[in-house]
Design a protein around this ligand. Structure first.
Ligand code: ITT
Length: 184
């Protein structure tokens, strides 16, 4: 079985990627060393840089996932600051910011960065569109899942199996696997 090291401290991301890649015959090993994140508006350079730094440090081929929630009415906030906002404000305060907004549109984006020793990093992007709910619903998933409506249910109400069929992360992983299948 092919193996890949995934550098992340986020157990929700790890659980999802592991389940998605296992179905494609790839075993995922978690490394929690972390890496300093670039401050950028786009996730692609953050993921590429994180993959390159981790690869150089570990001397191994590695993947990372940089992701975030982009809310239309808040001009894309929290976007690249999603982890900080989730940790310091949490879903109730994000809902509060959205209280008077009729435009509930939002999307999740996941960028997988992959780097092999001595090579330039590659990125694979996945997006899923949805809406911000008016209250938290569901106990599944992690992070913003209880406030992200996909159709009439939140990702938090769906559970991993169902979320992993349509999520931004699944869409990014599909592109990554396509690349693996034709290049490795
Ligand atoms: P690593 O960098 O160690 O992988 P992190 O949690 O710091 O973990 P990010 O910098 O990519 O990762 O932050 C992304 C944040 O966006 C994450 O902490 C969640 O709050 C949120 N997020 C990303 N994907 C999500 C998803 O599928 N469901 C809910 N929230 C998500």
């Amino acid at each position: 079985m092919r193996k890949i090291v995934f550098v992340t401290g986020n157990s929700g991301k790890f659980r999802e990627i592991k389940a998605i890649l296992e179905k494609r015959g790839i075993e995922v090993l978690q490394n929690t060393d972390g890496y300093p994140e670039l401050q950028e508006d786009d996730l692609e350079p953050i993921a590429a840089d994180g993959a390159r730094l981790s690869c150089e440090k570990l001397g191994l081929s590695v993947m990372v996932d940089d992701s975030g929630l982009f809310i239309d009415a808040l001009n894309g906030f929290p976007g690249p600051y999603s982890a900080f906002v989730e940790d310091h404000l949490g879903n109730p305060k994000v809902l509060k910011l959205m209280e008077d907004e009729e435009n509930r549109r939002a999307y999740f984006k996941s960028v997988i960065g992959y780097c092999e020793p001595g090579k330039e990093p590659l990125t694979f992007t996945g997006i899923v569109e949805g809406n911000i709910g008016y209250e938290e619903k569901g106990k599944g998933g992690f992070g913003y899942d209880p406030i992200f409506l996909y159709g009439d249910r939140t990702f938090g109400e769906m559970g991993d199996e169902e979320k992993n069929k349509v999520s931004h992360r699944k869409r990014a992983v599909d592109k990554f696997v396509e690349w693996i299948d034709s290049n490795l």
